[in-house]
Design a protein around this ligand. Structure first.
Ligand code: IPM
Ligand code: MG
Length: 372
């Protein structure tokens, strides 16, 4: 029997290719796992009306961790049109499987390291080493949305939101509502995770990203909670910045930043920005982490236009695999994978198209595996 059970969720498009590549490296590292394939993705939406079928939910209840590729999502109308005829008109609604997975399994930490590996010509600057902690279950991703807006909600909001009620007397199908919902518990646990990480890895500073000067209720709560949590971590400096200013300052002086913690949507945005500073989405790795389960995935999407070409960079997924090993306590193997990846980047001989080369996804994986 293998030591670990891993759900293998390739999803769509290049998700399939990068997972195949990551597995080459994980196998070569000696990671002792049984991989169990899980159905997930666009195909299952079209055929079954659910991109994240119940059997895959069940699978995730019985594994130690999961590796996830990427999933294609399409606009509401296209999604409806691509359903099998017998599934149409049943009121099925497409929701991103990864977002559902994060909520369903309470994977409240989104951990996204952004490290500039030496010699990567795509680095914005050398030595950038920023770690993003993104709240992963609530905020703008709560999924509490209305379009059209029911009359009773519209009436209630008109009553409560004086003096500014732009929707007063507007029919419910002419406006839409997406609720940003933040709880103290949800804010506290992600902020605590960021500080715990800083403490464990000897990081000096945690910067709280928000927009509390305008979005006062939810982001105000987030910032106030951060100030309370910071008191438990006396050796670590806490500062904070509005999301808009943060994007400028990150580009102006990335070395002022160490660990960032942000509510869901801001964390989504800022983690793409930070990934770009260390080589782009081909290098953006991530872990969705809860108390019982964790799902590791590259930050990039399914890139349908590249599907079948085996040309995308698998490093984001390989490093996500490395994060999975860390989380499972396989530290030594994790470290070897990171070193091998860094060595291939530094050597600059094997490069995928994004790095200015022409090596395939699999050639990159094999080059890394050879160095293990
Ligand atoms: C990410 C992605 C997802 C998100 C999409 C694919 C739903 O952008 O993991 O950052 O918005 O969280
Ligand atoms: Mg994103």
């Amino acid at each position: 029997m293998s030591k670990f059970k891993i759900a293998y969720l390739p999803g769509d498009g290049v998700g399939i290719e990068v997972l195949e590549a990551a597995k080459i490296v994980l196998d070569k590292s000696g990671f002792d796992a049984e991989y169990i394939h899980g159905d997930i993705g666009w195909e299952f939406w079209c055929k079954e009306g659910d991109a994240f079928p119940e059997r895959t939910v069940e699978l995730l209840k019985n594994v130690d961790a999961a590796l996830f590729g990427a999933i294609t999502s399409k606009p509401v109308k296209t999604a409806q049109a691509e359903l099998l005829p017998e599934l149409q008109g049943k009121g099925l609604v497409y929701r991103s499987p990864i977002v559902r997975m994060r909520q369903m399994f309470d994977l409240y930490i989104c951990h996204r390291p952004c490290k500039a590996y030496k010699g990567n010509a795509l680095n914005f600057k050398e030595n950038i080493d920023i770690v993003v902690f993104r709240e992963n279950t609530e905020g703008m991703y709560s999924g509490v949305e209305f379009n059209p807006v029911p009359e009773e909600l519209s009436a209630l909001l008109t009553k409560l939101s004086k003096p500014f009620a732009p929707f007063k007397d507007i029919p419910g199908d002419e406006f839409a509502i997406s609720c940003k919902i933040n709880t103290k518990k949800g804010s506290e646990r992600i902020i605590r995770a960021a500080f715990e990480f800083a403490k464990k890895f000897n990081r000096k500073k945690v910067t709280v990203v928000h927009k509390s000067n305008v979005v006062r209720a939810t982001d105000g709560l987030f910032l106030e909670t951060a100030k309370e949590v910071a008191k438990d971590f006396s050796g670590i400096e806490m500062d904070n910045a509005n999301i808009d200013a943060m994007t400028m300052w990150l580009l102006k002086n990335p070395f002022n930043y160490d660990v960032l913690v942000a509510p869901n949507l801001f964390g989504d945005i800022i983690s793409d920005l930070c990934a770009q500073m260390v080589g782009g989405l081909g290098f953006g790795c991530s872990g969705n982490i809860g108390d019982k389960l964790a799902v590791f995935e590259p930050t990039h999407g399914s890139a349908p236009k590249y599907f079948g070409m085996y040309k995308v960079n698998p490093i984001a997924t390989i490093l996500s695999g490395k994060m999975m090993l860390d989380w499972l306590g396989e530290k030594e193997k994790a470290e070897r994978i990171e070193k091998a990846t860094a060595a291939v980047i530094a050597e600059g001989k094997v490069k995928t198209y994004d790095m200015g080369g022409s090596n395939t996804t699999i050639e990159m994986a094999k080059a890394i595996a050879e160095k293990l």
